[in-house]
Write a protein that binds this ligand. Structure first.
Ligand code: ATP
Length: 614
């Protein structure tokens, strides 16, 4: 497919707010694409070059793109900047400049795959002089595209090509492409949860149809979406719901999914990284060490292997051929044997001075699940059995240990454990059904979390909200440029963000400063298409989806202006028709390291609302 034809499709997607239309346009686009290019087209549609867990970063800031455009189209940089000020989008500036350009190096068009390959090459270029080379290569590439093609291509290195949909919509389009409906969406989604690479999934469907997708299973080196926990209002209700279950301490650290693939006679036992390596050579192979390949993924699927050399070394010694483990890492003080607060553990998530921080802040990793062992997936195995196998792993007991785990069948016993863990400074308990499979990416009652915060008045849990925009600061706040921000929750049915709170409290001066710093690169000229916002809440500045924050509040209430869960059958209580849900007295707790789509969902908010009513 020619890039200009692809760009026309992106323009159609950009100009519609109807999700149904988006699904139709995408399905048609995928149908028209060849088997070789369809994966690349999927990534490009999402403004990426790879699945989220393969970090392919351009390191191209807006300032660099101004240079690229100036160089590419022979226009002075200050002229490019002044057009940018007027239009507010570098993609549109690039399109205009390309339209006016009559100089050398102009091309009619390129194939989508050619553009993709060149972008990937540019992104991977690193080391001395790479910034300069990137400017030249991008400039040459842009000249070869049509004006409309340039509009979209220029946004990709900036991370600014969000067309109002995510993987969720793309998966629906895949189902439509094969003439399927809800059942097919569910099936593809399940596969995506264990292989979160939409490019790979569409390639398999193109080649072998949905039948072929049945063969797709767990793969060492590809993260599985983590299983998530529900909430319940009281311990009695938990016991009522789960019967006999296991209780584990809920630790407040960093969730790590650890993959181990040992070599036997020099050969990796499970040789499944090949396809990834071909495409993302540098990223894929650098973690290989002579004996064992270890990959570590964060809660949001980032590859964080290089941040935890101590964990890698400990895992390599495990006497198994291959394994995938789920666990929580917490920093601790070896002198006092005390766990450190979350903020301290977070200091281990860094790219530089890794070894020094590892020595300063040693970790303990509490493994709480085993998803794959010696070449075999355990996702369908009951949790009780998975736990038994985990205990047989011979963990070193120093850095790697199994999370404490107690079988419980009464609220009295649960309360005793809860009090014990709280007295140790932990967050609460995780209650887990012993007969449940590991349901990747699902939040359900296989796991129920009960936190310290659930004990008092207020919300049963904090809410992770997407920062959608902000309001200018007045008085004291004028110095930060921000007075309050608008937060939203995710509606996965609609692939949209709906507003839940206007937050102006809970931030220290330092946090306001950090807020300003974080939102700067996310600012966009117009309200993003995937935001559902009432007129009364229009922001002074809009932000594309990127920043998620944890918010506490007194309760969930009905709201005439907020759009969260609006139109859904929220309540059995007296909520007015057409009302949405909002948070009463919302306040910021902390910045979260989550993807926009990992914000709290409208279903969860509705559940919290119902919990309050009982
Ligand atoms: P979620 O991960 O459910 O979206 P969240 O990120 O807001 O929610 P919490 O609600 O505080 O986090 O709790 C869930 C997290 O608790 C898990 O993702 C995991 O990192 C952590 N955790 C701590 N101890 C355990 C345990 N024993 N079993 C499972 N998860 C645990």
């Amino acid at each position: 497919m020619k890039f200009s034809s692809f760009a026309r499709c992106l323009r159609e997607l950009e100009s519609t707010a109807s999700r149904k239309e988006m699904v139709g346009i995408l399905a048609e686009l995928l149908k028209r694409s060849s088997e070789e290019e369809v994966g690349k087209i999927c990534y490009l549609c999402l403004g990426r070059l790879a699945p989220v867990y393969r970090s392919v970063e351009f390191n191209v800031a807006e300032k660099t793109m101004l240079k690229v455009l100036s160089f590419s189209f022979g226009v002075r940089e200050d002229e490019v900047r002044s057009r940018y000020k007027k239009l507010g989008d570098l993609g549109s500036v690039a399109e205009l400049l390309r339209g006016e350009y009559r100089g050398a190096g102009r091309g009619g068009d390129l194939e989508v795959a050619e553009v993709y390959n060149e972008l990937l090459r540019i992104a991977r270029d690193s080391g001395a002089g790479s910034q300069e080379r990137k400017v030249h290569s991008l400039a040459a590439l842009l000249r070869k595209l049509s004006p409309l093609g340039v509009r979209y291509c220029a946004r990709i290195p900036l991370g600014q090509l969000r067309l109002g949909f995510s993987d969720v919509t793309l998966i629906e389009a895949l189902a439509v492409m094969v003439g399927g409906g809800k059942e097919e969406v569910k099936f593809i989604r399940q596969k995506f949860n264990i292989r979160p690479d939409v490019g790979e999934i569409v390639r398999v469907i193109k080649l072998h149809g949905l039948e072929g997708l049945k063969e797709v299973g767990v793969e060492i080196g590809t993260p599985i979406l983590p299983a998530l926990a529900e909430r319940m209002p009281t311990m009695e209700k938990i016991v009522e719901k789960l019967g006999e279950f296991a209780v584990e301490p809920k630790m407040d650290g960093i969730r790590l999914q650890i993959h181990l693939n040992k070599a036997v006679n020099g050969q990796p036992l499970v040789d499944s990284l090949e396809s990834q390596r071909e495409l993302f050579n540098e990223q894929g192979s650098k973690k290989e060490s002579p004996g064992a390949l270890v990959c570590i993924f964060s809660r949001r699927l980032d590859d964080v292997t290089d941040m935890f050399p101590d964990v890698v070394a400990a895992v390599q010694k495990l006497p198994v051929d291959s394994a995938i483990m789920d666990g929580e890492a917490i920093a601790y003080n070896p002198d006092t044997e005390e766990f450190l607060p979350f903020q301290e553990t977070m200091k281990r998530k860094r790219k530089y001075n890794v070894a020094q921080k590892a020595a300063e802040l040693p970790l303990k990793v509490f493994l709480f699940d085993l998803l794959f062992l010696n070449g075999k997936s355990l996702l369908e195995t009951a949790f009780g059995e998975r736990r038994r196998l985990l205990e047989k792993l011979v963990l070193d007991g120093n850095l790697l240990m199994a999370a404490r785990h107690t079988k419980v069948n009464s609220a009295r016993k649960l309360k005793k454990l809860f009090d014990l863990y709280i007295s140790e400074g932990l967050e609460g308990v995780m209650c887990k059904r012993l007969d449940s499979p590991y349901q990747a990416g699902a939040r359900n009652f296989n796991w129920v979390k009960y936190k310290r915060s659930a004990e008092g008045v207020g919300l049963p849990d904090t809410v992770d909200g997407l920062v959608m925009g902000y309001y200018a600061g007045r008085g004291q706040r004028a110095k930060f440029g921000v007075g309050a921000f608008l937060a939203g929750v995710f509606n996965p049915q609609k692939d949209r963000f709906e507003t839940i709170a206007k937050v102006g409290t809970g931030l220290t001066d330092d946090q306001w400063r950090e807020f300003s710093r974080r939102v700067g690169p996310l600012e966009v000229k117009a309200k993003p298409a995937e935001y559902c916002v009432a007129k009364e809440l229009e922001c002074d500045a809009w932000l594309r989806p990127g920043l998620v924050v944890e918010i506490d509040a007194d309760e969930v209430t009905c709201s005439p202006v907020h759009t969260a869960a609006r139109g859904l059958n929220i309540v059995r209580t007296g909520a007015e028709n057409g009302a949405g849900l909002s948070l009463r007295f919302p306040r910021l707790v902390r910045f979260r390291d989550k993807l926009p789509e990992e914000a709290t969902t409208v279903e969860e908010i509705m559940e919290m609302y119902r919990m309050q009513q009982t």
